[in-house]
Design a protein around this ligand. Structure first.
Ligand SMILES: Cc1ncc(COP(=O)(O)O)c(C=O)c1O
Length: 361
C-alpha cells in the first residue's frame, strides 16, 4: 500500500511502523492468546505492564527526573486549561500568562474562570508574529505560576528557549512540540500535552508534574481534575484511555529506535529549514513569523493570491499531499511537520509548491 503524506495539525500522522504493529496486535496482544488490548482490564497484570513500560520509556526519552509524576489522563489539553488553575493557583489565586496566539488565548480565558490572570506579555498587537522580548515581560511577584505555550500550533510561533521566570513554577502547554527535541524537564513545574500530535492518538493527555506541586487543589476542583488524586491512583482513578495509552507506548518505542529526541531534533530542524527556505526563496509564498521565532512543527504560509487557495489544495490532494489547509481563524495553508512526517513528505511538498508556482505564479 502506498501512503499519502499527511500534514494535519492534529490528530496528526502516526509512524507507519506503529500502525502496523498495532494492526498485528489488534486481535491478540503479543501473540499470547490474551485478546486485544482494548478488551483488557486496566487493572490486570497485562495492561499494567503496558502502562508502566510506556511511562518508563517516556521518562527515558525526556530524561524526566524521579521527583516528577507522569500522568496519563483524558480531556485533552483543553481540560488542562482548567485543571492547571484549579490545582495550582493557590490561596493568593493570582497567576501569570504569556499571550502569544490562539491557544494561549484559550488557556487565559479558561484560567480567568478560576483565578486572577496577569498577562506577562502579549504579541497580539503584532498579530502574534513574534515571541515578546524579555524586556517587555511584566511578571507579577505574587503569581502562583507562569504559564506559556511553547508552540502555537495555529500561528506557527515557537519559543526556542525556555523562559526564565525565576523561582516560579513554569507551566507549559507542550501539546504541539513535546518530544520534538530534548527539553530540560527540571525547568518546568508542569508540562501538559494532548497526545494527538507527537504522542499518539486523540483521547489521551500527558501531564508531567513536579511532586512538590501536588495536593494544592482548590476546594472546588473536581476529583477527576485533581493531580494528586490522579498521581495517588497511578492515573487509574477511573478507567483510563487504555488503547490510546498502549499506542503512545508504541510511539515511545519507535522514538527510541529512531535515536531518541536528539535524532528527532536534527530531523525536525532539517525538515522545517527546507520548507522555510523554499517559502522565503519564492516570491509567491510567504510566512509572517519573525525568523527567530518560527515553529519547527507547524509551518503556515499564504499564497500571493488567496483566490488560488482552493485550486492549490485540490491539486495538492491529487499529488497525495493531504491536510494543508490553514486553521479557519487564519486561513492560507499550514504544513505540520511532526515527528512522524518523513523528510520525503517535505521534499514532495516543496516539489509540488515549486511546480504550482511555475504554473500559476
Ligand atoms: C498548543 C495547543 N494547545 C491546546 C490544544 C487543544 O487540545 P485538545 O484538543 O486536546 O483539547 C491544541 C490542539 O490543537 C494545541 O495545539
Amino acid at each position: 500500500m502506498t501512503r499519502s503524506y499527511n500534514f494535519c495539525a492534529g490528530p496528526a500522522a502516526l509512524p507507519q511502523e506503529v500502525l502496523k504493529k498495532a494492526q498485528e496486535e489488534l486481535l491478540d496482544w503479543n501473540a499470547k492468546g490474551l485478546g486485544s488490548v482494548m478488551e483488557m482490564s486496566h487493572r490486570g497484570d497485562e495492561f499494567v505492564a503496558i502502562a508502566e513500560q510506556a511511562e518508563a520509556d517516556l521518562r527515558e526519552l525526556m530524561t524526566i527526573p524521579a521527583h516528577y509524576k507522569v500522568l496519563f489522563l483524558q480531556g485533552g489539553a483543553s481540560m488542562q486549561f482548567a485543571a492547571v488553575p484549579l490545582n495550582l493557583s493557590g490561596k493568593q489565586n493570582e497567576v501569570d500568562y504569556f499571550h502569544t496566539g490562539e491557544w494561549s488565548k484559550k488557556a487565559i480565558a479558561e484560567a480567568k474562570r478560576y483565578a486572577k490572570v496577569n498577562i506577562v506579555a502579549s504579541s497580539e498587537a503584532e498579530n502574534f508574529s513574534l515571541v515578546p522580548a524579555v524586556s517587555d515581560w511584566r511578571l507579577n511577584p505574587d503569581a502562583a505560576y507562569v504559564h506559556y505555550t511553547p508552540n502555537e500550533t495555529i500561528g506557527g510561533l515557537e519559543f526556542h528557549d525556555i523562559p526564565d521566570v525565576g523561582n516560579k513554577p513554569l507551566i507549559a502547554d507542550m501539546s504541539s512540540n513535546i518530544l520534538s527535541k530534548p527539553m530540560d524537564v527540571s525547568r518546568f513545574g508542569l508540562i501538559y500535552a494532548g497526545a494527538q500530535k507527537n504522542i499518539g492518538p486523540a483521547g489521551l493527555t500527558v501531564v508531567i508534574v513536579d511532586e512538590s506541586l501536588l495536593g494544592r487543589a482548590l476546594p472546588i476542583c473536581p476529583a477527576m481534575l485533581d493531580y494528586k488524586i490522579a498521581a495517588d491512583n497511578a492515573s487509574m482513578y477511573n478507567t483510563p484511555p487504555t488503547f490510546a495509552w498502549y499506542l503512545a507506548g508504541l510511539v515511545f518505542q519507535w522514538l527510541k529506535a529512531q535515536g531518541g529526541l536528539e535524532a528527532m531534533a536534527i530531523k525536525n530542524q532539517q525538515k522545517s529549514d527546507k520548507l522555510y527556505a523554499a517559502i522565503d526563496y519564492s516570491g509567491f509564498y510567504s510566512n509572517p513569523i519573525a525568523l527567530k521565532d518560527r515553529s519547527r512543527m507547524n509551518v503556515p504560509f499564504v499564497l500571493s493570491d488567496a483566490g488560488l487557495d482552493k485550486v492549490f489544495l485540490q491539486e495538492a490532494e491529487q499529488a497525495t499531499l493531504f491536510n494543508l489547509k490553514g486553521h479557519r481563524s487564519v486561513g492560507g495553508m499550514r504544513a505540520s511537520l511532526y515527528n512522524a512526517v518523513p523528510e520525503a513528505a517535505v521534499d514532495a511538498l516543496i516539489d509540488f509548491m515549486q511546480d504550482f508556482e511555475k504554473r500559476y505564479g
